[in-house]
Write a protein that binds this ligand. Structure first.
Ligand code: DCP
Ligand code: CA
Length: 628
């Protein structure tokens, strides 16, 4: 890629997209680790069609009936047969029923007290029940596993509950060298050795499996473009990826019953943007040469991170609405107005996105079950009801995760209680946490017993009035014991392990049990011990300030001070989770998706946007991404 290399500032006249047909040399083909700079890079975004509705259709054995999924009063998913009646996610239920009298209406499963599993109950009530997305999460894992099995060598990143990015670069390169073995050898007469351009690409037969986005605004069919703009080597790479993508999508439809739609292009941003070009059950290829025609008319505020405050600032500054309107603005000017990181804006408008496709770490370090209470808890005795409901969700999620990795163990259980207040973010919150025992059967009872103990610590046992508008129970520091090659079962077969377990079950507030695979450490001598901790959620390390340390005389004081620091930090995460819930967001496996506007946002990310440091005003582009 030649444009706007991170080092220098491009000139204003570079605003045309000039990196669409790079010269491919033997070095490019033979070098394995070019990463995001690989000129033959191919990325896809595969998204399930009407996902929650499709899950309910599979569960109910329905094939083509119009169906919607509700969460309380709101429509959250509409299948494609229902969309034909004009039903959308943004309608009221009554309007939707009028559009289609035969509409099947399914409410998402809910947790209810006394039931171990979420279910589809009559007379659900948001004051007593809690929504469960667990079934959809499980179905999502099945789809993801089919990508992993069907696409060996591809890098796969789960992007949300129903979307995954797939980096096809490696398997495509392998297939390319197999199909065109002459690319694997630099000819002896190659004038520049490895840096010699490879021969002209062969013609390519685009089957009907993929839609092609046109190169010219007036092209009647994109296939016609192939006559005027014959395929490049990158097109061949896209074509191979499209074949692989199609095969796995058909397998998913046949085996699991889910149709998906995919976008295939040179990077994540463009793959995401192309995935919804034709829906449902189709895939779209964006050739490099088609990028300008596709991007120019796009309303730039629909690009993720270019909506919101930053988009408004751009409109105010330049009175612009489309990508084409912004292209003449030089990088210098953007950087002057929006800071150094504005190179990201400059590049994304030209279809350049350096974000990597990265498989997420297999273990979710934390699991949180939370409930915003329409009717606040006002008495201490009302807490246990919600603690049991939240324990049910945590038990199910942990045990689901343990099906994949039986040795998963949450080190800590935390309870958070939040109340609306006059503070800056509108909330005040408190939390209590304790080590969670290392046990094999993590049942609702075990979690609820630990949770209730924490509840009593949180609110006291008095009869005075309390007011809790939001309650959450979280497992943090989840680890897999088998990371050290010892299975949970061998630990349980070990009598000393059992003994320790009994001791820990006795008192949840004892010091954190050691991982079963690590020898127990001796207690630190008085006057020494940890003065910092690393948050298992955000992985940042926090230290006790020197002033506090100078006042500490023994280990117990230090432990208490550290605990206070941890609680304060937990509260920060809690406030964030509350903020997310207040803005209508879907919490999905620790990844949040904001779904506020009907327009589908693309998934690019300002790669160089750094989080502002605590206590510092955010600068340049960053201030447009910080929460209020
Ligand atoms: N979802 C939700 N609340 C929202 C939006 C979505 O709970 N406000 C859930 C239901 C969707 C799922 O997330 O089925 C995936 O969201 P998508 O935006 O991908 O929408 P669909 O998969 O339903 O439809 P499409 O075929 O347009 O992708
Ligand atoms: Ca979807």
């Amino acid at each position: 890629m030649t444009l706007a290399s991170n080092k220098g500032k491009a000139k204003a006249e570079d605003f045309e997209m000039t990196d669409l047909n790079p010269v491919i040399t033997y070095r490019h083909v033979l070098q394995q680790n070019l990463g995001v700079r690989d000129p033959l890079r191919v990325v896809a975004l595969c998204d399930s069609d009407a996902f929650f509705a499709a899950c309910e259709m599979v569960r109910l054995g329905v094939t083509d009936k119009p169906l919607i999924v509700l969460q309380w009063e709101g429509i959250i998913a509409v299948n494609y047969p229902a969309r034909k009646f004009g039903i959308t996610r943004f309608q009221k239920l009554e309007e939707a029923k009028k559009c289609c009298p035969d509409l099947m209406i399914v409410h998402v499963a809910t947790y209810k007290e006394g039931e171990a599993e979420p279910g589809y109950w009559d007379n659900i009530d948001s004051r007593t029940h809690k929504v469960s997305l667990d079934y959809y999460r499980r179905e999502s894992v099945k789809i993801l596993n089919m990508f992993k099995e069907g696409l060996p060598g591809a890098e796969i990143e789960k992007a949300s509950i129903d979307e995954a990015f797939i980096d096809f670069t490696k398997p495509v390169r392998q297939a390319l060298l197999q199909r065109y073995p002459y690319l694997a050898q630099v000819p002896p007469d190659a004038p520049s050795g490895l840096d010699t351009p490879i021969p002209a690409p062969p013609s390519v037969d685009w089957t009907s499996d993929s839609h092609l986005i046109p190169i010219h605004p007036d092209s009647e069919t994109a296939n016609q473009d192939l006559k005027t703009d014959p395929p490049t080597w990158h097109d061949i790479a896209l074509h191979i990826a499209a074949e692989m993508m199609h095969k796995v999508r058909v397998d998913i439809a046949n085996k699991l019953g889910y149709t998906t739609s995919a976008g295939i292009a040179r990077n994540k941003f463009l793959a995401k943007l192309s995935a919804s070009y034709r829906k449902p059950y189709s895939q779209t290829v964006l050739r490099n040469l088609a990028i300008p025609c596709y991007l120019r008319p796009l309303e730039f505020q629909k690009i993720r991170f270019l909506g919101g405050k930053l988009g408004e600032a751009l409109v105010k500054e330049y009175d612009v609405s489309t990508v084409a309107d912004l292209l003449p603005i030089s990088l210098e000017e953007l950087q002057e107005k929006f800071g150094e990181s504005a190179v990201w804006i400059y590049e994304i408008l030209r279809g350049i996105d350096r974000a990597e496709v990265k498989e997420k770490p297999p273990v979710n370090k934390s699991m949180m079950a939370a409930k915003a209470l329409h009717r606040p808890i006002t008495q201490v005795s009302d807490g246990p009801h919600w603690i049991r409901v939240l324990s049910g969700e945590l038990a199910l999620r942990l045990n689901d995760a343990r099906k994949e990795r039986p040795s998963l163990w949450p080190k800590t259980l935390t309870i958070h209680g939040g109340s609306r207040s006059n503070t800056a973010n509108g909330w005040s919150s408190r939390s209590k946490q304790a080590p969670f025992p290392f046990i094999k059967e993590v049942t609702i009872d075990v979690i609820a017993a630990a949770g209730e103990k924490l509840w009593r610590e949180l609110v006291g046992t008095g009869t005075g009035p309390i007011k809790i508008n939001h309650i959450a129970l979280a497992f943090t520091g989840i680890e897999a014991a088998d990371d050290n090659q010892q299975s949970i079962d061998s630990f349980f077969a070990n009598p000393s392990g059992l003994k320790r377990l009994r001791e820990e079950e006795h008192d949840f507030s004892q010091t954190r049990p050691e991982s079963p695979t690590r020898p127990r450490q001796c207690s630190p001598p008085s006057g020494q011990g940890p003065t910092s901790f690393t948050c298992p959620q955000c992985h940042k390390t926090f230290s006790l300030p020197p002033k506090t340390l100078s006042l500490i005389v023994d280990a117990e004081d230090r432990a208490q001070a550290l605990e206070a620091l941890k609680n304060e930090h937990d509260d920060f995460h809690f406030a964030q989770s509350v903020a997310r819930e207040v803005e209508p967001e879907v919490k999905i496996d620790g990844a949040d998706r904001t779904r506020v506007k009907p327009s589908s946002k693309t998934n690019a990310k300002p790669s160089s946007s750094k989080k502002p440091k605590k206590g510092h005003e955010s600068e340049g582009i960053e201030k447009f991404f910080s929460r209020k």
